[in-house]
Design a protein around this ligand. Sequence first.
Ligand code: MG
Length: 404
Amino acid sequence: MTSPLRLVIPTLFTIAAAALLATTARAAPSTGSPFYGDTPDKNHPWAIHDQNRPQPKRVEPGTFSSATVPGKPPSDAIILFDGTAATLGKWESDAKPGVVAEPTKWIVKDGALECVPKSGYIRTKEQFGDCQLHIEWAAPTAVQGDSQGRGNSGVFLSGAVEVQVLDNYNNPTYADGFAASVYGTNPPLANALRAPGEFQVYDIIFRRPIYDNGKVVDPGYVTVFCNGVLVQDHTPLEGGGGHMKRTVAGPFPEKGPLKLQDHGNPVRFRNIWYRPLPTRSIIDGSNGFLTAEATTAKRAEIAAGIRADAAKLTGTAAMLRLAESLVYENDAATAAKVDALATAYVASLKTLTGPALEAKKDEAKSVLRALVYLAKFERLPATSAPKVALAEFSKAQGWDQEKK
Ligand code: MG
């Protein structure tokens, strides 16, 4: 590369170029490379450090709540209550099946949604399943009652599983009915409550139970942080818990409303939002919940995508991309095509000498690396003719002695 600047101010140029290279080296993301590391296997559709694996989607983080000011939700949160009367319309009375729901009688006061005792449970009009739920609540400042009678409400996930809301700041009760218990199932790991009147923050991860033909595939789990303290650690649901009776585990709806309990106390809520989580029954590869069959299907899907991509390329790039698809799916027709293209590639390489061959050296090395990798992981036979021929040619040129 030449530059007029280089002639005029060589020192500055050198410094600038060095700085640029240094910056580039730091800033460039490591995307891994194909034909590197362990391949996909029967439960992993992706290779180790797989550069074909999609990048995580961008979410702008929110802010944390202070004792007085609610935090800001992350950018992809679905808002259920933001402190305004406008979001009250997202809620309705928890009418029995077959009965038309009415607008909720709970009220919005000072930026909070307050339970009006004896007006009944409320629920969201929207229904959702697996989620990250954020909800803040405050028991009345004026302490009244004890045990289950003090600042009682509840957060019902999918309308069924209650994460208890109760003023237990200085108020013992039965442990499996404590604030942040999965009610009737599991006490919280700790009492991390603030004093009554102050807002408590629940961050909940809900995974519904999954059944297939009456057989449990996944019991469902709830994880809860109370004021930033872990209080439910991936607690299995056992059907969800209940009052006085254990809930029988069984088929569970995919979606349901979020319900809030009227237990006769004017508990206040604010800053309610959720983020849907990826389902576990599909083959998106996002959470390791893949059967061998689902993994095979996902690998076939990835391979098809790479083959489609290869069809848009030409020359060596097309051959290497096609070879890459074999990492995911051992397709005989593709393997034969790669073998034929590689055979032609080696033959054409052998016609080159001098600078023309030197110019192709790095590319030839990458082709050899691909063929060796595919043979190592049995995507091509160990005796693959182009692999053997290219390895011999590389050795004859002394390329195998060079630093990588
Ligand atoms: Mg309750």
